[in-house]
Ligand binder design. Structure first.
Ligand code: COI
Length: 361
């Protein structure tokens, strides 16, 4: 059941971009979802309104101290015409966990899930039609106290915006080059690493810029203490195939509990494959690359789904992964997830939910 939220429709709908011209996160739909929080009053006034700038006092807390968490999920239009959200409940719950980590009172997860559905229903024409495209849904909570003292805010705004997006990479699933950094650190245990906190993304920028300067696409993050245990790649979780096993770092406080990560581990186990969530060091991976047992490596995330890794750089050594192309298992996983998302493959775990589109008068 979807709640009906107070809805104000735009009087000036925007032209929609062509599916072929979509760039990730550059255009936005006609409406947004908004809800406010105030101590003593709780979360209140959920509503759908025309997409518009937020007006913030220059002293608004979030602008100074980054008390902000977000999430990201997608709606897909299948060849059957249905619009499906992928694992909306899990994204809504994760937003709540991220809130808790930054002392933000979490909005009710069911209401958050319904906010996704309701907004996509209102902007359903914006869900692109071509295979590989989707509507990216971005829920976010920001602290809105007007005050320069450093403490948890007493007021927050929750909002959801949507962006029609193309395939994350123009060429589709394309191997990327990654650089393991032992000079920059993304997260340490006890910090924000396992939360989808805006600040984590700010912390990643300098290393990302350095990797690009050296000709790489993404950073391979190592742990912040010993600088040898693999954490994540860019903004994604990482997995590798070493021998007959798929290995991925454990959820031990510094990495995000990725929804795509969880989906892929579930599929691999469904397929009877050996999966190990364990610490894996950069030395082990480099050695496995040299002796030929490292055959595939990929990142997992909502934006790119599965991103094959063709080359790994570390301390001046550049190592090709497998033959440098997308591996067979990487491709199989991408196809399996995408099939469920577009409704062209069975969904045995009930990961998708169909959005009820309003009947036009
Ligand atoms: C994802 O892989 O979905 C991300 O986290 C990237 C997003 C911040 C654009």
């Amino acid at each position: 059941m979807t709640a009906s939220f107070s809805t104000t429709l735009t009087r000036t709908p925007k032209p929609r971009p062509d599916d072929a011209a979509l760039i990730f996160g550059k255009s936005f739909t006609d409406h947004m979802f908004l809800m406010d929080y105030e101590d003593g009053k709780g979360w209140h006034d959920p509503r759908i309104v025309p997409y518009a700038p937020l007006v913030l006092d220059p002293a608004t807390t979030v602008l100074h101290y980054a008390q902000a968490v977000f999430d990201g999920l997608k709606a897909f239009r299948g060849p059957d015409g249905a619009i499906r959200l992928f694992r909306a409940q899990r994204h809504a719950e994760r937003l709540g966990k991220s809130c808790a980590g930054l002392c933000i009172p979490a909005p009710d997860a069911e209401l958050v899930r319904q906010s996704f559905e309701a907004l996509v229903a209102v902007d359903h024409e914006w869900v692109p039609r071509t295979q590989g495209t989707a509507l990216y849904i971005r829920p976010i909570v920001i602290a809105t106290d007007v005050m320069l003292g450093v403490h948890p805010s007493h007021r927050y705004t929750y909002f959801v915006i949507c962006s029609p997006v193309g395939a994350y990479y123009k060429e589709g699933v394309k191997p990327v080059r990654i650089l393991a950094t032992d000079t920059h650190v993304r997260a340490v245990q006890g910090g924000l690493g396992e939360l989808k906190a805006a600040a984590n993304y700010a912390a990643s920028l300098a290393a990302q810029q350095e990797a690009e300067r050296q000709g790489y696409t993404q950073v391979l993050w190592l742990d912040g203490v010993e600088r040898r245990w693999i954490d994540e790649v860019g903004t994604m979780n990482i997995m590798m195939r070493i021998g007959d096993e798929v290995v991925t770092p454990p959820l031990a406080g510094t990495i995000l509990d990725g929804v795509t990560r969880n989906s892929i581990l579930t599929l691999l186990r469904d397929w009877g494959m050996a999966v190990s969530e364990r610490r894996v060091s950069i030395e082990e991976v480099m050695q496995a690359g040299r002796d030929g047992t490292l055959t595939e490596m990929w990142g997992t995330g909502t934006a790119a789904v599965v991103s094959p890794i063709g080359e790994l750089g570390y301390k001046g050594e550049r190592m090709r992964i497998g033959d440098g192309n997308t591996g067979a298992l990487t491709r199989k996983l991408y196809d399996a997830i995408v099939g469920i998302q577009y409704g062209t493959a069975p969904d045995p775990h009930g990961w998708t939910s169909t959005v009820q589109v309003p009947v036009e008068a």
